[in-house]
Design a protein around this ligand. Sequence first.
Ligand SMILES: [Zn+2]
Ligand SMILES: [Zn+2]
Length: 360
Amino acid sequence: MKRVTILVAALLLLCASATAAEPRHDIHFPDIPGCHTLKCDFHTHTVFSDGNVWPTVRIDEAWREGLDAIALTDHIEYQPHREDVPTNHSRPCELAAGRARELGILLIRGAEITRDTPPGHHNAIFLDDIDRLAKEDFFAVFDTAQKQGAFVFWNHPGWQGLEAGKWGEAQQTLLDKKQLHGIEICNGDSYYEYAHQLALDKGLTLVGNSDIHDPSPELQPTPEHHRTLTLVFARERNLESLHDALRAGRTAVWQKNRLIGNENELSAMFSACVRVNPPHHRSGNRMWVAIDNRGELEIELERIDETVRPARFVLAPLATTLVRFEASPELRAQGLPYRTANFLTGPAKPLNVKLVIPGD
Ligand SMILES: [Zn+2]
Ligand SMILES: [Zn+2]
């Protein structure tokens, strides 16, 4: 009997260590000057609301998928599993905290404030005590979130009904009271262009998340198919710096094969990803140049000046691409003007870059 117990214990230990050893697949977005690039998902669900996984599983997934930080944001007002999993708003983070420490994942206590549209759903993250937000009066909930120093964003503005996506009285009131700080311009596979414009008009931080409910699929991610994330440019890799960076609006959203953000951060990220090597061969105005892309995106470049060749080229992710440029010496001296079709600084507004060819 004793031997059996020992055997079972040993097997359990083996299983536990097997889980911990699951390989992590890094997401390649380099740091930018003065900031760490943290890969974050601020919108996830567990069985404590309408999700289908236990809280610790969210941490294992975050590790496996190369995330730095994750917020568990179960609905406060909607718990379809209530009969099996009793209401306990602080429990998901309590359960996940140990696993997060073991795997070095920054865990954020959050909640989804759930109302029909309007005003729709909002996430409050960096909360101290979620129970205090469980009240009927909509504005009282946000007063409480503010007292706890929460960062609040409007979720999936494209949801639901006739009023979906409309900047309503509720949002304006929250903004006036400094109780609304960000907006989900991307939720899963959806990108809301009007929400992106709203973010620019109202000075809201750009956020993009998975809003994952089911277990995360163990598929190899591709440039087109991966978890939608917010990149946060934080001074340090800790929760305080992460919160500061969100408040300061230093974010970019990585969704499908595009990066959406402010010009400063996007152009810093472009420079961090792309290295143009000196030409290794020339003939007249033509130059053969190897360009390294250290990032996760397949970067799509289109010429701005009609006289420059090529008209369009793509830099493969985490690889070196050979490009044959043709341009006048004058343009080469200024840097070749291209627009980066999948780095967006506004709706349908690509980032402009100048490619300087070293040693030219
Ligand atoms: Zn929601
Ligand atoms: Zn949600």
